[in-house]
Ligand binder design. Structure first.
Ligand code: 0X9
Ligand code: ZN
Length: 748
C-alpha cells in the first residue's frame, strides 16, 4: 500500500530542497541549518500532514488537539507551503541558532548535558559496576555500523527470574536528543535509592527494569557529527537514500497508513518488517523476556502519552486500562513542574502510524504499550536546551516508576472472592475458594494446588484445587482438631515458573484460628432419618390427637411438618409393660469437645413412678446414661427447646447414640407423649480433658511440647494458646504448672 507520504520524494525533487535525505552531507563538517525555520501550520485533517510532507517539508510534530503541524522549512520553502494553500506562523525563527545553543555551557554534571553514545554506555557501565547486585549491562544487538546496542537491567538482588519486567527504550529517532538522557537519569535514581528509599526498594523487589538508552546509536552519532536533525537509522537503502524509520519497521500492521515505501522518506518503513538490526534488537528483548508486562518507547517532542492503536482510530480492547494508566501518568508528570502531557490513543492524539513499536508490543505480545513524547511543545522542538534535561527527567520519573509499579501488580494473581477463612471449625472440612488470574503469561490451571499443615513443625500436605469456573477454584481441607494451627499456601505453575500466594510462600503462610465445631450434627426431621423405633414410635406429622391429661399433640412440627412422636394419632396407651425406644443411628463426634444436645419437644407424661419417659445418650449403644427423666408430670402445650450437657459421654467419640423412651405406663392417666423435632449436637469447647493440651484426643508427647513452648516464667506475657497451661491462673507459666501437668499425666 502507498500513501500520500510516498510523494515526499517527488515533492523534494520538485522543489529541489537542499536538506532532503537524498543529499548526503559531508562527513567532516556538520551540516548547517542556516536560514531554516520551523513553521506551525493549521491543518484540517490528518490527510493534510501527508500533503505537507509531499511538499518536502520535514514534519516535526502534529497535534490533532490544536489542529496544527510543525514543519521544518528550508530557506525559500515557505512559498511552496503558501502556494499549496496552507497558512503558518513561524515558530522557530533560526534553527541553526538553537543548534548552536543546545549544549550546556561550562562544566556540568554528567546528567545535565547531552553525551555521546560511548559516554552514555560508559556511564551506565560504571554505575552498574558499582552496584553489581542490582544492575547488569547487556547487548541487545548490533547496528548496521557495528555498534553494540547496549541495555541495562536493574532489579533487586533477590528478584526471581520470573518477576515482571518493564522494557523502556529511547532514542529510536536519532534527533530526539532529550530521550538519550532518560535512562542514565533513571538508572542513577534507582541505584542510588535501592536499600534506602523504601518505595524504590519495594519496586525493584517486585519488577525488573530492562532499559535501552539509545535504540538507534548509529543515527544518534550521526546527529552529533553530521546532521543534527537526522531521524532514521543509517541503512544504505541502495538507491542513494539512507535510513529506515525504526518506528515503522515493526511487524504489526506493517506497511500501511503513516509509513512510506520510499527510502527518502523520514517514515520509510524498510523493505520488510524487522528488516533492521535495531528493530530486531528491540524485538529480541521481548523474546528474551517473556515477562515484559509493559513497554515504553520514549520519543520527543510534543509532551504526549500515547497508547494503541496507531494504525486505526478504533479504540483498542484495553482502552479502559490504558486510559486509566495514561491519565494517572499525565497527573504525575503535571504534578512535578506543571507540564501538561496530552494523553490518548496514538492515531487520534498524534497521527496515524503503522509498523510502530507499541502496536506490536500490545497487538503481538499483549503487553501494555506506551509511547511518550517528551518536552517541549515546539518552542525548541528536537533542539531542547540542555538546561531542560534535568527538569524533563524529574517530571517524567514518577510516571516511569508508576508504570513499573502497575506492571508488577499485573503478574499472575490469586484472589479470594469469598475471603480467606479466619477460623476453621474443629472436626469439619474447611472450604477455600480462590480465583487465579493470569497476567500476560499463561497459567497451567491443572497444577493449581493448596499446601497445608495443621502443626507448625509438620511437612506440608498438597491437595489439587478443583476448577469450578473460569479462573475459579475450590478445595476442602480435611477436618482437624481444636488446637490445630492451620497454615497453608497456594501454588500454580505458570509460563515463567511457579507462582504462589502468599507470593513469597512458604516463607509467608496464610493462617487461621480454630474454633469448636459449633453445630456438628443437625437433624431437622424434614426427611425420615430411619431411626430405630419400637412400639408406637413413628416418623410423620402429628395430628393434634389425645390430651386425656394435659394438652393434646401438636398438629405440625416445630419446623416443617414432621416429627418423631410416640403415637402420632393421640395419647400413649396405659399399661405399657416396658420402655419403648426411639434410637438414633450413630453420630460421629470425634475431635469435638464440650458437646451438648438440644432439641425441641412437645411432651405430655404423668410423673414417675406412674409413667416413664427418658432421654439418654450412649457411646457404644449398650451403656446408656440418662440425660433427663420425668420426675414431675409434664404438660407441654407448646414447643420448647431443651438442652443437655452430653460431653461426659459423647466428647471425642466416634459412635454416639441418642435414645428417647416411653414406658412402662400404669393403668390410669395417659397423655400425648413425645413429640420431638430439630435435634442438634454442638461443640462448645476445644480442650477435651486435662493434659490433652493440643486437643488431639490423646495424651502424648505433643502435649508436652505444647506446654514446653509456653514455659516462659514470670513477667512474660502469655502466648496466644498458652492460657490453658496456666494451671494456677497466676498469669505466668512456670514449673509449678508443669508439675500439675505431670500429675494430669498420672505422674508423681
Ligand atoms: O512518528 C513517530 O514515530 C512518533 N512521533 S515522533 O515525532 N517522535 O517521530 C509517534 C509514534 C506514535 N507511536 C506509535 N504509534 N508507536
Ligand atoms: Zn520519535
Amino acid at each position: 500500500m502507498t500513501t500520500g507520504r510516498d510523494f515526499a520524494l517527488a515533492g523534494a525533487a520538485l522543489f529541489c530542497l537542499a536538506w532532503c535525505t537524498v543529499c548526503a552531507a559531508s562527513a567532516t563538517e556538520p551540516r548547517r541549518y542556516d536560514g531554516y525555520r520551523v513553521a506551525r501550520v493549521p491543518i484540517a485533517t490528518a490527510a493534510d500532514l501527508e500533503r505537507i510532507e509531499a511538499l518536502g517539508g520535514d514534519l516535526w510534530a502534529a497535534s490533532p488537539a490544536t489542529r496544527t503541524a510543525d514543519v521544518l522549512l528550508a530557506p525559500g520553502q515557505e512559498q511552496a507551503l503558501t502556494a499549496a494553500g496552507f497558512s503558518y506562523t513561524i515558530w522557530i525563527a533560526d534553527v541553526q541558532a538553537l543548534i548552536d545553543q543546545e549544549r550546556g555551557v561550562g562544566p556540568r554534571e554528567f546528567l545535565d548535558d547531552y553525551r555521546s553514545y560511548d559516554e552514555i554506555v560508559d556511564y551506565l557501565t560504571q554505575r552498574a559496576a558499582a552496584h553489581p547486585t542490582l544492575a547488569t549491562m547487556f547487548i541487545a544487538g548490533t547496528t548496521i555500523e557495528d555498534r553494540p546496542i547496549w541495555g541495562v537491567r536493574v532489579a533487586g538482588p533477590n528478584l526471581p527470574e520470573a518477576a515482571p519486567v518493564v522494557f523502556y527504550f529511547c532514542t529510536v529517532h536519532a534527533r530526539e536528543w532529550i530521550t538519550t538522557t532518560v535512562v542514565p537519569y533513571l538508572v542513577d535514581h534507582l541505584l542510588a535509592r535501592y536499600g534506602t528509599d523504601p518505595q524504590i526498594t519495594d519496586l525493584l523487589d517486585h519488577v525488573a527494569f530492562v532499559l535501552i538508552p539509545v535504540g538507534n546509536p548509529d543515527g544518534y552519532e550521526y546527529t552529533r557529527s553530521v546532521d543534527r536533525l537526522w531521524r532514521k537509522n543509517r541503512r544504505d537503502n541502495g538507491n542513494g537514500t539512507f535510513g529506515v524509520d525504526i518506528n515503522r519497521n515493526w511487524a504489526y500492521q506493517w506497511g500501511g497508513i503513516g509509513s512510506s515505501s520510499f527510502g527518502s522518506s523520514n517514515t520509510f518503513r524498510g523493505p520488510f518488517p524487522f528488516s533492521e538490526p535495531e528493530t530486531q534488537a528491540l524485538r529480541n528483548v521481548f523474546l528474551a523476556n517473556w515477562q515484559v508486562r509493559a513497554m515504553l518507547d520514549i520519543h520527543s517532542y510534543s509532551q504526549l502519552i500515547l497508547w494503541p492503536w496507531g494504525y486505526t482510530p478504533e479504540l483498542c480492547p484495553d482502552e479502559e486500562v490504558f486510559s486509566e494508566l495514561g491519565l494517572a501518568m499525565q497527573q504525575l508528570v503535571l504534578g512535578v513542574h506543571g507540564k501538561f502531557y496530552e494523553a490518548g490513543p496514538s492515531y487520534t492524539t498524534i497521527y496515524p502510524t503503522t509498523g510502530a513499536s507499541k502496536d506490536w508490543g500490545y497487538g503481538a505480545r499483549g503487553t501494555w504499550a506506551f509511547t511518550y513524547e517528551l518536552r517541549d511543545t515546539g518552542q525548541f522542538g528536537f533542539v531542547l536546551p540542555a538546561s531542560q534535561i534535568r527538569p524533563n527527567n524529574e517530571e517524567i520519573l514518577p510516571a516511569l516508576l508508576f508504570l513499573a509499579n502497575s506492571s508488577a501488580v499485573r503478574a499472575t494473581q490469586f484472589n479470594f472472592p469469598e475471603g480467606r477463612p479466619e477460623i476453621f471449625y474443629a472436626g469439619q472440612p474447611t472450604r477455600l475458594a480462590v480465583a487465579i488470574t493470569s497476567g500476560v503469561e499463561s497459567v497451567f490451571s491443572a497444577t493449581a494446588a493448596v499446601h497445608y499443615r495443621y502443626d507448625p513443625g509438620a511437612p506440608f500436605t498438597t491437595l489439587p484445587l478443583t476448577a469450578i469456573g473460569p479462573a475459579a477454584f475450590e478445595v476442602f481441607l480435611p477436618p482437624t482438631h481444636c488446637r490445630a494451627q492451620p497454615e497453608y499456601f497456594f501454588t500454580v505453575e505458570a509460563e515463567g515458573g511457579v507462582r504462589s500466594a502468599p507470593s513469597d510462600a512458604p516463607l509467608s503462610l496464610f493462617t487461621a484460628g480454630m474454633l469448636s465445631g459449633g453445630v456438628i450434627f443437625a437433624e431437622p426431621l424434614d426427611v425420615d432419618p430411619g431411626w430405630a423405633t419400637e412400639g408406637l414410635w413413628a416418623y410423620g406429622q402429628p395430628t393434634g390427637g389425645g390430651g386425656t391429661q394435659g394438652s393434646p399433640d401438636p398438629v405440625t412440627g416445630y419446623t416443617g411438618h414432621h416429627v418423631y412422636g410416640y403415637n402420632l394419632l393421640g395419647d400413649y396407651p396405659n399399661l405399657m409393660p416396658a420402655p419403648r425406644y426411639l434410637t438414633s443411628t450413630p453420630i460421629d463426634c470425634r475431635v469435638q469437645w464440650g458437646l451438648r444436645l438440644s432439641y425441641w419437644r412437645w411432651l405430655g407424661v404423668e410423673r414417675r413412678p406412674f409413667d416413664y419417659a427418658e432421654v439418654a445418650v450412649s457411646n457404644d449403644g449398650l451403656t446408656w446414661v440418662p440425660l433427663w427423666q420425668n420426675t414431675a408430670t409434664v404438660t407441654d402445650n407448646s414447643w420448647r427447646r431443651v438442652d443437655y450437657d452430653i460431653s461426659a459421654v459423647a466428647d471425642n467419640q466416634s459412635t454416639v447414640y441418642l435414645r428417647w423412651s416411653l414406658g412402662p405406663t400404669d393403668a390410669g392417666w395417659s397423655a400425648c407423649g413425645w413429640n420431638i423435632d430439630d435435634i442438634e449436637i454442638y461443640a462448645t469447647d476445644c480442650v477435651g480433658f486435662d493434659g490433652d493440651w493440643n486437643g488431639n484426643g490423646s495424651l502424648d508427647a505433643g502435649d508436652f511440647l505444647a506446654l514446653a513452648d509456653c514455659l516462659r516464667g514470670p513477667g512474660v506475657a502469655l502466648g496466644p494458646d498458652c492460657g490453658v497451661f496456666d494451671w494456677f491462673a497466676d498469669g505466668d507459666i512456670a514449673l509449678e504448672d508443669v508439675a500439675a501437668f505431670q500429675r494430669a499425666f498420672g505422674g508423681p
